[in-house]
Design a protein around this ligand. Structure first.
Ligand code: ADP
Length: 519
């Protein structure tokens, strides 16, 4: 990709900044060729990769180097976009929101600084991947489990900061954060929570500290660069009991949510079960052209035929109970009774006990095969996810399911969605899978995304996380009192980042000097 300079920065200032970065990290860690820029682009982009082009990347390996880079960025007013491992696929990958921003790649800072089995926590640097931490826990026989998202290529820190989730009782990684170390946009270093006390004996034990509690202010924000994260890990349970079921009809998702949501809220089910349409299993194993060559979305009757051939129902639910055998048995009985009122389908039961291979346990075990779905449409594939938060009840879920499916059909994309149940809400991830080289297809997907945001906003639904291209659109749906929340965010932004150098535009938050860049 050709060089695109950031706003406000001359050729000369840009070159000087890169030289100064090289003085800090060494020349080989300042990446600024056309090929380097390609590496940090959004490689799943729906035809809009050129909207988010980095001008360079820089790779520090210590906190002091990060601080030095931030000070130089302030001097030359060059914007920085921190990433941990840059695998934020479907949301923009390693690319920055505003073109010309320099990617601050923290992947070299990948030490696991502490694991405490007794109190169930770790302290890690941003470059630690899910595979790294998992292997470390396994090799050292720590009886601690992680929560891992479907695609585990990325980092633990990046996922927690973006509020990604996995499927164990510790599923919401952002909730497990306990204490951060942050380089502020001016280069100052702070520790949050009890880490603000130099000799704290409880940095990873007590989340709140004294006074305002800051951890969540650094999540999905552009207020600071995380250089260390404390994270609670789950004590390995004595046993688990998995319950898997296929539901044959599209509308079964409604009653399934009504039955499961109260059990989730009361803690009968402690993890967040996902009710996903079973096409995902077909899409990760085969290509669409093997089944259908028409232009429009897969016809409903053909879909049912395909699912039958693969021994799948319309929806698949895999849920898992964790704890003592006896408790799991009681909870399983309650769940089975709830379902027996609604369906003749039976649960497949999978049991695991401590000491048996971890792969069958329901512990988070990192994998990347979920990414195979991008091959569904052929060509160079990509996906983007539209993920509104809905109340966990059948009215909301069925209405949203039918209206989204209809919207997909209007543009010829196959419906691909899931409802993950948290205590009181469900996250409805709708994947759109496309061939990135099919311009007609990707432009329809981009238009659809905006329609879905508007449809959802009308119902009072917001997204829990979004792709770079829609950060402004989603931020603007939070419109109470003339966007008072956005104004508050930008007031804080200007106070913390007077030169506007850190991740301009992230989450729709723009620094004063760059507010004209808002889409
Ligand atoms: P992953 O490591 O899971 O691949 P990314 O590195 O792509 O995740 O991070 C996703 C997003 O989270 C980034 O685009 C950035 O906005 C934010 N982010 C990631 N790491 C940090 C960090 N260490 N400090 C501040 N923000 C970060």
């Amino acid at each position: 990709m050709k060089l695109e300079l950031p706003p406000r920065v001359s050729d000369k200032a840009f070159a000087k900044a890169l030289d100064a970065f090289a003085g800090v990290v060494g020349k080989q860690w300042v990446l600024a060729t056309d090929e380097d820029r390609d590496t940090f682009m959004d490689y799943y982009a729906a035809g809009d990769a050129d909207q988010h082009v980095p001008s360079a990347a820089v790779g520090p390996q210590s906190v002091e180097e990060v601080q030095a880079i931030v000070r130089i960025a302030n001097e030359y007013k060059v914007p920085l976009w921190p990433i941990s491992r840059g695998k934020n696929l479907g949301y923009g990958a390693a690319a920055p929101c505003m073109s010309g921003t320099i990617v601050l790649d923290l992947g070299r800072m990948n030490r696991i600084l502490d694991v405490n089995e007794r109190f169930g926590y770790c302290l890690i640097e941003p470059g630690v991947g899910f595979f790294d931490l998992f292997n470390h826990l396994q090799e050292n026989r720590f009886k601690l489990w992680m929560s891992i998202p479907a695609n585990a290529w990325g980092s633990v820190v990046g996922n927690a900061l973006e509020r990604g989730y996995g499927y164990t009782p510790y599923g919401e990684n952002t909730r497990n954060i306990c204490g951060l170390e942050i380089v502020l946009p001016t280069g100052n270093l702070v520790r949050t929570g009890n880490g603000a006390m130099s000799n704290s004996a409880s940095w990873q034990l007590f989340k709140y500290g004294f006074g305002p509690s800051w951890d969540q202010l650094f999540c999905q924000s552009n207020f600071g660069i995380c250089t260390k994260m404390g994270m609670w890990l789950m004590p390995e349970p004595e046993a688990t009991l998995g319950l898997n079921i296929q539901l044959p009809n599209p509308d079964d998702v409604g009653w399934a949510v009504d039955e499961l949501a109260p059990l989730r809220m009361r803690g009968v089910i402690e993890q967040s079960p996902s009710i996903g349409n079973s096409l995902r299993f077909v899409a990760s194993r085969t290509q669409r052209s093997e089944w259908y060559s028409g232009d429009g979305a897969l016809p409903d009757d053909l879909l049912v035929e395909i699912l039958k051939k693969n021994n799948l129902g319309w929806w698949t639910i895999n849920l898992r109970l964790y704890g003592y055998d006896e408790a799991n048995e009681v909870h399983a009985r309650v769940i089975k009774e709830a379902f027996a009122k609604r369906t003749k389908q039976e649960f497949e039961v999978v049991k695991w006990h401590r000491g048996e291979p971890i792969e069958n346990s329901g512990a988070g075990v990192p994998a990347t095969n979920a990414l195979q779905i991008i091959n569904w449409r052929g060509g160079r594939g990509g996906h983007i996810g539209f993920s509104p938060i809905l109340p966990a009840n059948s009215e909301a879920v069925l209405k949203q399911f039918h209206s989204t499916k209809k919207r997909y059909e209007e543009i010829g994309v196959d419906y691909y969605g899931s409802f993950t149940l948290f205590e009181r809400y469900t996250t409805n991830v709708n994947m759109m899978v496309y061939d990135r080289d099919n311009a007609a297809m990707t432009s329809k997907v981009r238009a659809l995304f905006k329609v879905l945001i508007a449809d959802a906003a009308k119902q009072g639904y917001s997204e829990y996380r979004t792709h770079l291209s829609y950060m402004d659109d989603v931020a603007l749906t939070f419109d109470f009192n003339k966007h008072a929340l956005l104004r508050l965010n930008e007031t804080v932004k200007d106070a913390l980042d007077p030169n506007g150098i850190l991740a301009p535009g992230k989450q729709g938050i723009w620094p004063k000097a760059l507010r004209t860049e808002r889409a």
